[in-house]
Design a protein around this ligand. Sequence first.
Ligand code: DAK
Length: 262
Amino acid sequence: MTEPLILTEIHGDGARRTALIRINRPKQLNALNDALMVEMGQALIAFDRDDGIGCIVITGNDKAFAAGADIAAMAEYDYMHVHQTEYITRNWETILQVRKPVIAAVAGFALGGGCELAMMCDFIIAADNARFGQPEIKLGVIPGAGGTQRLPRAVGKAKTMDLVLTGRMMDVQEAERSGLVSRIVPLDKLLEEALAAGAAICGFSGPSLALAKSCVNKAFEGSLHEGIDHERRIFHSLFATEDQKEGMAAFLAKRAPAFRQR
Ligand code: DAK
């Protein structure tokens, strides 16, 4: 029997729980192939639609989050094939449609497409053995799943050029110092920390989370002026929700809020 390409689990015990997606090609250091990206996309969309899920965590194993797109699969592709089949666009970017928070829990290698997938998540919690890089230049190509665009926004032009043009890896301290990673945790605590972050997120208002995510992405992806304008409109719109009334009333009454997800 062939091993499943991803494994999914549900964690937590509240009304909204955390979905965990494990990338499962350990022999290939979790290299990402087409079938895996299709399955991951289907799982992401299903969890996004499930009212019982509040947050999604994507992880790999102790040795690799993902060592890139599957080089064996890509080696024989030619221009017309990747162009006509919309390679990458057709299935890698499903994650960008997800409105719920998505955390990358990264241990070991996050290289090439693996680093790009982690950057498509909302934030990265990394184990102390994590290593990041865009080594595509060594294969005669360049990052093809957003690496040349998201990496500079996260770590700046100088470090991106260094990584993309030399193909070197950076360790987790350098990744955290430069803003790619939100926190570093011991390897044996990685999932515990990521799931605890997921549980905290699950306790908040789903609509507020989705809109907060959309505003931060606006800052990341667009101009400051557009972002501020977008933020202001969203901020105004939240005063139409019951959860805003509840959140503020609870604060003033010095009690915990009981969010009703609307
Ligand atoms: N693809 C396929 N197999 C991989 C792989 C990958 N990315 N990375 C590792 N493997 C396989 C190895 O071939 C090896 O398989 P066997 O020989 O055992 O059958 C197994 O995983 C274990 O790897 P190693 O023996 O090499 O393990 P080490 O610990 O010695 O080294 C390493 C680990 C991560 C340093 C090394 O495996 C490595 O350098 N891997 C390749 C990393 C890499 O170059 N990643 C970027 C891939 S390219 C696009 C164009 C391009 C792209 C996207 C789009 N468009 C035109 C749209 C490119 C995307 C990429 O991600």
